[in-house]
Write a protein that binds this ligand. Sequence first.
Ligand code: COA
Length: 331
Amino acid sequence: MSIEIRPVDPHDESALRSWWEVGRSATAVRPGKPWPLWEQSRVSLPADNPERGIDLLVAADGDDVVGSGLLTRTLKDNPHTAMAFAYVEPGREREGIGRAVVGGLEAIALADGRTTIQSEAYLPPGGTAAAEHFAAALGYAVASRETIKELTLADYAARRESLVAEAGDAAGYRVVTFDTVCPDEHLVSFGRLLGMLMDEVPLGDLDLESSEWTPDRLRAAEQRQVATGRHVQTALAIAADGSVVGVSDVRVDDTDHEHAQVGITLVDPAHRGHRLGLLLKLATHDLVRSTYPSLLTVDTSNAEVNQHMNAVNEALGYRHLETLLELQKRL
Ligand SMILES: CC(C)(COP(=O)(O)OP(=O)(O)OC[C@H]1O[C@@H](n2cnc3c(N)ncnc32)[C@H](O)[C@@H]1OP(=O)(O)O)[C@@H](O)C(=O)NCCC(=O)NCCS
């Protein structure tokens, strides 16, 4: 067998489709919604994004595409890191294709000065998967363990009333919601809160740093979501002095009104202990439930050590779907 690693131009739709097909087949055994719909990938991968560089590779055996790889590089922060993902066509594992794909991705990362490569492996709860052994064989260490959780909207509906009573009204705070585009009066303060994210979210050993969210950067990020048909249904907690002290969101794509994902949730450490986490989640889940009556599930992931967030998610009705290993290797 001779495997050739070659780059894929995301604007070449038929090459992109072959790349996408391998990822879809390689992830098909996973529960939930492990791979984006073609309609999402076809729009999001070629889209210009000043925040993020993307490289796509395929492994070809003659005319057959048998492996694919994705490297993402943040462009505005963490210039020392990149994320690498490899997928091998079922039936073609253990032939060295995955290793060849990752080798190709690492070479691109190194040429761009990236020295810390991160990746992800998804395992069934309490079990293992090829990716765990593959990561170890390629020198990737487990930097953090996360739990992927899924909520069915029916479970949420059954619990909602008692949760609303439990959350109370967090005297002195109010909750503001919006679809993707933050109201002008909260923009600067929202950016300040987002700047704390990397310092406040449990990252284990992941080598990531916070960055500054200026109004221009936030507005540009919002417009990219609007342009790709993604609705970031957001709730902000506003303190008595008008500052933004908490955020949570649920993201829904125009191409799929049945499954949604939680993006970020963060409460300023100075304002914890007022049940704002639960209040914000109730606000976003109520919002997506009323906006998208066809919605069936929402998924989220949290570090296993993130006790408070896990307690809130369990109260909402989220159930453990998979374990996520956050992987890291220094080149
Ligand atoms: C993980 C994956 C990419 C591995 O691809 P692959 O082509 O089978 O991997 P390779 O043949 O290059 O394996 C390299 C080494 O990894 C280890 N390895 C890979 N799969 C393994 C398995 N199922 N059990 C034990 N070790 C394994 C072995 O040490 C192997 O070397 P060896 O075959 O000489 O013993 C493939 O199983 C896959 O596509 N899985 C689904 C998607 C995924 O989880 N991707 C990884 C996260 S981004």
